[in-house]
Design a protein around this ligand. Structure first.
Ligand SMILES: C[S@@+](CC[C@H](N)C(=O)[O-])C[C@H]1O[C@@H](n2cnc3c(N)ncnc32)[C@H](O)[C@@H]1O
Length: 393
């Protein structure tokens, strides 16, 4: 296989934005693809694979390259992808022969290098998860499959699978999640998504909304709704009957939510940007509140490997403080006897059960009705946590 210079240089430019300037990989790729409309499907997958894998395996690649420059990182990654390095590609570090030798020595390196995480994160993961950290870290370094949530307001899973097959997309139903279809062949593009019949949503994430124990007709608040992955799932579980208020501090995400709700045939969702008076206005209103809290996102490293290089110990502590604040205040929106679910896409106990334990120390009224921990290594999905709480009368 042959490397093309313009694509090779494109990969380095993307990695520079992500690894040196701290930009978000998905967004940088989207911008680069948009700016290079002449790149074909294969060109794009070459660039995407290079930059995702080089970001995921940064520290391991640096060891093999015996250097940390981006051209060296790419050189090792391309060799892993089966490319021969052309004479015009220059890097500082190990020669090709040395690289082969160093690949063989990689397994003797400490875990933080082998599994490619910052030192502080490796120490934290190990301190919080003990021996489980090894398995979770290895699982989080796998590539994630594309999983769809079938919108049961518009079609059943069988109908969706048949329709997709007609569009040249092969899929497989996941046994334990009645709405999930895993894509085994083909690409889900915008035209298919615009029908509203399906949403891209990891299987782990599809297990969170059911923890709310919803019924049609309920009043529900999704307090950190973002672009609405779980809001739309909630509306489907409620058979589009009742009321859902989707709140977020980010109005742009809520606009996207409204667009997705429209195409999904969801009419019970109202979006609202958080204002200082929102909490007071909605006090005592809801049967259910979902707090899908801002978190480290560590459970989603398979899809967002760039996160681990942006995350810092102080930013994580700040996030934990925010989580505590949300837990202290957002349940005020529940009516008497209502229930709330606290959820994250983190695998760290300090963001999950640790936060619930602290809340219960501060306010012993709350009791846990159901908790769910989704493990990347055991469940083969993103890592997540959800806990449903009710208060003693
Ligand atoms: C984990 S994401 C939500 C994902 C979304 N629920 C979904 O399923 O697609 C957390 C969201 O919380 C929002 N957020 C951040 N600070 C917040 C706050 N103080 N109150 C409410 N939402 C907040 C962020 O903008 C982000 O959209």
């Amino acid at each position: 296989m042959k490397l093309h210079r313009v694509l090779a240089e494109g990969c380095v430019a993307v990695l520079e934005s992500v690894l040196e300037q701290g930009q978000v990989l998905d967004r940088v790729l989207e911008t680069v693809f948009h700016a290079n409309p002449r790149w074909g499907k294969r060109d794009r997958s070459f660039v995407a694979e290079t930059v995702f894998e080089a970001t995921r395996w940064k520290r391991a690649l640096e060891f093999v390259a015996d250097g940390s420059g981006l051209p060296a990182l790419c050189a090792v990654q391309w060799r892993r992808m089966g490319f021969e390095l052309p004479g015009w590609w220059a890097w500082r570090g190990a020669t090709v022969t040395e690289m082969s030798q160093r690949e063989l020595e990689l397994h003797t390196q400490p875990r933080a290098i082998r599994e490619s995480v910052p030192e502080w994160l490796d120490e934290l993961g190990s301190a919080e998860l003990g021996p489980r950290w090894d398995a979770e870290l290895a699982a989080l370094n796998q590539r994630a499959p594309i999983v769809l949530r079938v919108n049961t307001l518009l079609n059943s899973r069988d109908e969706a699978a048949k329709w997709l097959a007609g569009e040249g997309i092969e899929s497989q139903p996941l046994p334990d999640i009645s709405t999930a279809l895993q894509i085994t062949r083909g690409r889900i593009g915008k035209p298919l998504l615009s029908t509203g019949r399906i949403e891209i949503q990891d299987s782990g994430s599809q297990r969170i909304t059911p923890v709310l124990d919803l019924e049609p007709g309920m009043r529900v608040i999704d307090a950190c709704a973002g672009a609405g992955g779980k809001t739309l799932h909630a509306a489907a579980l409620m058979e589009n009957r009742g009321e859902v208020i989707a709140l977020d501090v980010n109005g742009r995400k809520l606009q996207e939510l409204s667009r997705r709700a429209g195409r999904a045939g969801v009419s019970i969702v109202r979006t609202q940007v958080w204002e200082p008076e929102t909490l007071r206005d909605l006090s005592g209103w809801a049967d259910r509140v979902l707090i899908d809290a801002p978190c480290s996102g560590l459970g989603t490293l398979r899809r967002q490997p760039d996160l681990k290089w942006r995350l810092t110990a102080p930013s994580l502590e700040k996030t934990r403080r925010l989580q505590r604040r949300l837990l202290d205040h957002y349940p005020e929106m529940l009516r008497l006897g209502g229930r709330f679910v606290y959820a994250t896409c983190s695998i760290l106990p300090s963001e999950n059960e640790g936060q619930i334990a602290l809340l219960r120390e501060r306010d012993p009224r709350w009791q846990v009705e159901e908790s769910l921990t989704v493990s990347p290594s055991e469940d083969g999905s993103d890592g997540l946590f959800a806990s449903r709480l009710s208060s003693k009368k």
